[in-house]
Design a protein around this ligand. Structure first.
Ligand code: PLP
Length: 850
């Protein structure tokens, strides 16, 4: 039989004049955090809005003309439309606060933020997980605060994959193409011509188109190689996020780093601070060095002036999470680019080599090409400082320049509208008080019954959402209606109001999604108690090449299908931001069981807490700082020196103990009012302590004060006068590096071992400077009280020794020290290079102890 070819035709409506600005609303990611904008679209046609998966641009292409015409004559709708628009206009017109203006004046500062993924909203699928969502939240908070800020990324036509889980529990990855006119982007034009940039690649130039995504006050520029100037193969370079092989990966990273920098240059945008968010974007350092060298600087001076205004943020404490390329791959890809750049391959390779290996590590490049560096929680900052310690080989990890800023979440994006409405009534200025812990005490004033009713309504919405998803999933898999019914039974039974525990994130093995199943018999007993049922909801994607991650999905799938557990374990497919918002605002408990210390920060627990869910997590990442004994539950990780199996077993037992002895009893301790007062108290403690500390505005202001402002200053200092200071610094560093191996320090004579507390002792060292001047170094004595194990002060006291004469060809340094502590104290003497232009006193990584 002959089947006819089908053609698809989309009959697009024309926007009525009265609703003209819907188009502007659809083209500003403001909609991703403003519930008012999203409700406007939903109000016009709810079914279509759901069908297009909350995508405003697609919605405006497909909606029926009649619906639009109707809305344009509906008074109530028009009133709402005007209200939303005036809120939008007010947002765009709002000025930055004095705190921002004083730290980063828009007249002369600008932050450029580079990242490989951005997660704003489910309608814009160019993210895979935590890193992208964090980058999106960073941009949103920068917009809220009115920061001078521009962001750069890649536009992936297919983005990250869409996940289905089949009847056997196998993950199936499907890619879907998104045309540019269904995404919230517009082409960037310069002089009425579409802007393109190009980057030299082996044997050809690769061209990229440039798109603009509006995020409230700020612009995000995205590069995309799908243009007619490229070969078919090159057109696909930016097809998928984290797809392809290492050649694809290095190509994408050249486009992001080198191409992205060229985009800003082509637009005449001149950042004063460059923030590289994770190693993928670190090639921008090369392009900026190349530009500085084209202006006449030496490589060394170019590197100093570039690094001095650059911040590098590392996100993964797992070495396998870093991009590492073999030397010959890097040579193959970079050689054409480097050819006319003035940059030498060996020098470039040196920036990315780690421990002298024959491979190129993007994290090392990021760290050597920046003078400001941070991890993303207190624990992770410490781990990263140790892991990357080879960049500063002679510096103790605790003192090296790698600091931390703990991640936070964008509250307007992740807070359920029901809570926002309640806050609007109880504390109308809450949106501008996000960084004020005192203010958030207002949560306690909300009557318990009212507080609980909001949670319950959200939990109900989540249950409906889960049931819809389960039906779709199981219908497709042919599992049959009765299975879906049984799956959902515990969740939707209103009289029981079962305790719901959520676990959703990428299925990477270190996240230990199946830890809770370590003692299955015991878990089954806890979950299936007739009076106190518990439901576990799981979701998440595993990277298509991560087979062990996919195995975890299968294990959970199989358990969820076991008759004895059915309804108590639910596995949902295709975790994305829309599902995250639903689960995080609906569950009672959010579970996280990473293998310590591999959770750099984690942010989903913060989103849960903002919505009143209680965290039950390993004390790792942000929870190591967030947990205060009243606001959730903690599993204390075992010593990492111990056997992995043993640690897993012990921590799993803690988890089940907590569930059995604390979480379940507290939840079900319901009095006549139908909810547990103790639970509400704990939930309120969580919401009010965590919201003001772990939100993105607090995070971005920390970046402003600790990094953006100092980097702007340092950059300006180094650049002034044809980068005279950068030049001087580079030459000085070269000289010090030459001489350092011949430098030595010895105590001259002996230090007395006793004195009265009001006396001082003389300290004298002799130093072989090997040609350096006394001013090139700093000699200091560190004094610490004896019992350092319990000493939690700001670190040891440092006393500087002054040069005073020569002896036997060596330079003497001395000082007198009055003991800063009573009783026993330890004194240690050391020397390190010193120059007034250094960003961090220990950035050279050189230090010797007497
Ligand atoms: C917040 C979020 C993440 C990150 O969650 P973690 O707990 O940090 O792993 C991942 N995916 C989505 C969709 C999110 O919203």
């Amino acid at each position: 039989m002959h089947t006819a070819t089908e053609f698809r035709l989309e009959a697009r409506p024309r926007l009525p004049e009265a609703l003209e600005r819907l188009d502007a609303l659809a083209n500003d990611l403001f909609y991703s955090w403003d519930h008012g904008v999203r409700s406007l679209f939903a109000r016009i046609d709810l079914r279509l809005w759901q069908k297009v998966e909350h995508n405003p641009k697609l919605f405006l292409r497909r909606v029926a003309q009649a619906r639009l015409d109707q809305a344009s004559e509906d008074r109530a709708f028009l009133a709402e439309y005007r209200r939303v628009l005036s809120a939008y206009d007010a947002y765009l017109e709002s000025e930055p606060g004095t705190e921002v203006l004083e730290a980063l004046n828009p007249e002369d500062s600008l932050v450029a933020y580079f990242c490989a993924e951005f997660g704003f909203h489910e309608s814009f699928p160019i993210y895979s997980g935590g890193l992208g969502i964090l980058a999106g939240d960073h941009c949103k908070a920068a917009s809220d605060l009115g920061l001078p800020f521009v962001a750069v990324g890649l536009l992936y036509q297919q983005g990250y994959f869409i996940q289905t889980i089949d009847a056997q529990g196998h993950q199936i990855a499907r890619y879907q193409c998104h045309s540019s006119d269904e995404l919230p982007i517009t082409p960037v034009e310069v002089d009425d011509k579409a802007l393109t940039v190009s980057v030299p690649f082996p044997g050809r130039e690769v061209h990229a188109r440039v798109w603009l995504a509006r995020v409230g006050h700020i612009s995000l520029y995205l590069l995309d190689t799908n243009t007619a100037e490229n070969t078919d193969e090159d057109r696909e370079l930016t097809l998928q996020l984290y797809g392809g092989d290492s050649a694809t990966r290095i190509s994408q990273e050249m486009l992001l780093g080198i191409g992205g920098t060229r985009v800003l240059a082509a637009l005449g945008v001149q950042p004063t601070v460059w923030h590289i968010n994770e190693g993928h974007a670190a090639f921008q350092i090369l392009e900026r060095c190349r530009m500085a060298m084209a202006d006449g600087l030496s490589f060394g001076a170019a590197l100093e002036s570039v690094a001095g205004c650059t911040l590098f943020t590392t996100h993964t404490p797992v070495p396998a999470g870093h991009d590492i390329f073999p030397r010959d791959l890097v040579e193959h890809f970079l050689t054409p680019y480097l050819e006319h750049s003035g940059l030498e391959f060996d020098a470039v390779f040196g920036l990315g080599s780690k421990n002298g290996e024959h491979s190129f590590n993007m994290t090392s490049l990021g760290l050597r090409g920046s003078r400001f560096h941070n991890g993303v929680s207190r624990i992770h900052g410490g781990v990263a400082a140790r892991m990357e310690g080879d960049i500063w080989p002679q510096i103790p990890a605790a003192e090296n320049p790698l600091g931390y800023i703990t991640n936070g979440v964008h509250v307007p994006t992740f807070l359920a509208p029901e809570w926002a409405s309640l806050f609007d009534i109880q504390a109308p200025t809450w949106k501008s008080e996000l960084r004020n812990p005192e203010f958030w005490q207002f949560i306690d004033k909300i009557p318990d019954y009212h507080y609980w009713s909001v949670h319950k309504a959200l939990k109900q919405q989540m249950a409906e959402f889960i049931v819809r998803r389960l039906k779709r999933q199981h219908k497709r898999n042919g599992t049959g209606h009765s299975v879906t019914e049984r799956m959902a039974r515990k969740l939707v039974s209103p009289e029981k109001d079962a305790l719901v525990i959520g676990f959703a994130r990428r299925f990477a093995t270190y996240k230990r999604a199946t830890l809770i199943f370590s003692d299955l018999a015991r878990l089954e007993r806890l979950l299936t108690s007739p009076d106190q049922p518990v439901v576990l909801v799981f979701a998440g994607k595993a990277h298509p090449q991560d087979k062990p991650g996919q195995q975890l999905i299968k294990v959970i799938h199989d358990l969820s299908m076991q008759p004895n557990l059915m309804g108590h374990i639910i596995l949902l497919e295709d975790y994305d931001q829309a599902m995250a918002r639903r689960l995080l605002s609906g569950v009672d408990v959010w579970l996280n069981t990473p293998e310590y210390p591999k959770e750099a920060s984690g942010t989903s627990g913060e989103k849960a807490a903002v919505n009143g869910a209680l965290n039950l997590s390993v004390l790792d990442g942000w929870w190591g700082e967030g947990y205060d004994e009243t606001n959730g539950w903690a599993i204390t990780p075992r010593d990492i020196e111990l056997d992995v199996e043993f640690r897993n077993r012990e921590e799993a037992r803690d988890l089940l103990d907590l569930l059995e002895q604390e979480v379940i009893p507290l939840y079900y301790n319901r009095a006549s009012q139908g909810y547990s007062q103790g639970w509400v108290t704990r939930s309120k403690a969580s919401m009010k302590t965590i919201t003001p500390r772990f939100n993105a505005q607090r995070m971005v202001m920390d970046y402003v004060r600790n990094y953006y402002q100092p980097a702007t200053r340092q950059g300006a200092r180094l650049r002034v006068n044809n980068a005279a200071l950068a030049q001087e610094l580079a030459e000085w560093k070269a000289r010090v590096q030459e001489a350092w191996s011949g430098v030595s320090i010895h105590v001259d004579g002996c230090v007395s071992d006793r004195c009265h507390w009001d006396e001082s002792v003389e300290l004298k060292v002799s130093v072989a400077l090997n040609g350096l001047a006394p001013d090139d170094v700093r000699v200091e004595c560190l004094v610490e009280p004896e019992c350092t194990g319990t000493h939690t002060g700001p670190g040891p006291d440092a006393f500087v020794l002054e040069a005073s004469g020569e002896k036997d060809g060596k330079t003497l340094f001395k000082t007198r020290v009055q003991p800063p502590y009573p009783g026993l104290q330890t004194l240690r003497l050391r020397i390190y290079p010193h120059h007034k232009a250094l960003t961090h006193p220990l950035e050279m990584g050189a230090m010797l102890w007497a």
